[in-house]
Design a protein around this ligand. Structure first.
Ligand code: GLU
Length: 279
């Protein structure tokens, strides 16, 4: 099987060392295996995605010496694919519209006023199911759409540890309602979600291996469920430790001091970046 890897940044801020680690790892893996390395621009959020950041990330990756084998795929061009998947899930009764704000959810959960700590899923507090009563008729376009995860888990076939996840992630579908809950699959403001787009595009690009930070462990559990529901192939996943600064803090995009462009401006070269990352 030819190895196909990808780097899938969101153009919402500067790339930092953590991104460089993910990009270089995926790139080198493909090159070592004689496979292909692809770039995908995850720009589904029109408010936060900016052409400036897109241009900057291409410049940073090029400076790092990375090359990709096809023109970058842009998620903003792929709405028709996401809509088709949502229509499919809607027609199978697996989605429902939701108007709850985060505050509504916290109130429905009775926390934090009563000192109850909320069960946290990958996207925030596990949704208590307040809107889980699906109206008949066409899919509404102006509301969030949530996945009825209990119904989805009943439709899935896997209970075993998924290949490529061994020892890392519990994939037993019965556990999903408590630990993940009814996640939003389409946000009302941009009509899809990271989770839905990423699985559809990994499949469309024929990605065989995904390397991502350990912070996405739980997201990967959602992704393997969606792959099962939508009959998509499952890549092999590897989760790496998060890249931290000298004080042990996780690097975030807003941590401008660590942007790759800053290192470059200070005279560092791509080999210095690789050395800093232990690559
Ligand atoms: N756009 C996501 C990010 O920048 C991609 C993560 C992934 O699926 O590997 O975090």
């Amino acid at each position: 099987m030819a190895v196909v890897t990808r780097f899938a940044p969101s153009p919402t801020g500067p790339l930092h060392l953590g991104h460089a680690f993910a990009a270089i790892t995926a790139h080198d893996m493909a090159r070592a295996a004689g496979g292909r390395f692809l770039l995908r621009i995850e720009d589904i959020d029109p408010q936060r995605s900016k052409p400036l950041w897109r241009a900057q990330l291409i410049e940073d990756l090029t400076w790092l010496g990375l090359t990709w084998d096809e023109a970058p795929l842009c998620q903003s061009d792929r709405r028709a694919l996401y809509v088709a998947a949502l229509d499919d899930l809607w027609s199978r009764g697996l989605l429902y519209p939701c108007r709850c704000s985060r505050r509504d959810i916290e109130q429905a959960l009775g926390a934090p006023q009563e000192g109850v700590s909320l069960a946290e899923g990958p996207d925030g507090p596990v949704y208590p199911g307040r809107c889980r009563c699906r109206p008949e008729g066409p899919r509404p376009q102006d509301q969030h759409l949530r996945l009825n995860i209990a119904a989805a888990a009943r439709e899935t076939r896997f209970t075993e540890t998924a290949p490529g996840l061994a020892g890392e992630i519990r994939t037993e579908a019965e556990d999903y309602p408590q630990s993940i809950g009814d996640i939003v699959l389409a946000r009302k403001d941009f009509g899809t979600s990271y989770h839905l787009s990423v699985v559809l595009d990994d499949a469309a690009q024929g990605i065989t291996h995904v390397t991502r930070g350990a912070d996405l462990f739980e997201a990967t559990r959602i992704h393997v469920l969606l792959q099962d529901l939508l009959d998509l192939p499952r890549p092999v996943y590897h989760h790496h430790a998060l890249i931290r600064d000298a004080a042990g803090r996780r690097l975030a995009k807003r941590d401008d001091a660590r942007a790759l462009s800053k290192y470059r401006a200070e005279g560092a070269g791509p080999q210095d970046i690789r050395r800093m990352l232990g690559l």
